[in-house]
Design a binder for this molecule. Structure first.
Ligand code: SF4
Length: 72
């Protein structure tokens, strides 16, 4: 399973970090950072491979711009 953040769409609302602080934190650039993730080859999305979705599902559903994706 993979969690993906389309970083440029993030408006820095803080919802993901509030709901799912195990995986999300607010970065110095005002956007959310998916902890431990890496930038994809296009340099656009941050990706993290995990076994269980955990609170990332709640974070994805709470994101007002829908820039968090849970991929099987
Ligand atoms: S919930 Fe979405 S828009 Fe808000 S900080 Fe997290 S990724 Fe960014």
């Amino acid at each position: 399973m993979k969690i993906v953040q389309e970083h440029k769409k993030c408006i820095g609302c803080g919802s993901c970090a509030a709901i799912c602080s195990k995986y999300w934190e607010m970065a110095d650039n005002g956007k959310a950072k998916l902890i431990g993730s890496e930038l994809d080859s296009k340099g656009e999305n941050y990706e993290l491979d995990i076994g269980e979705v955990g609170c990332n599902q709640d974070a994805a559903e709470a994101c007002p711009v829908q820039c968090i994706y849970v991929k099987p």
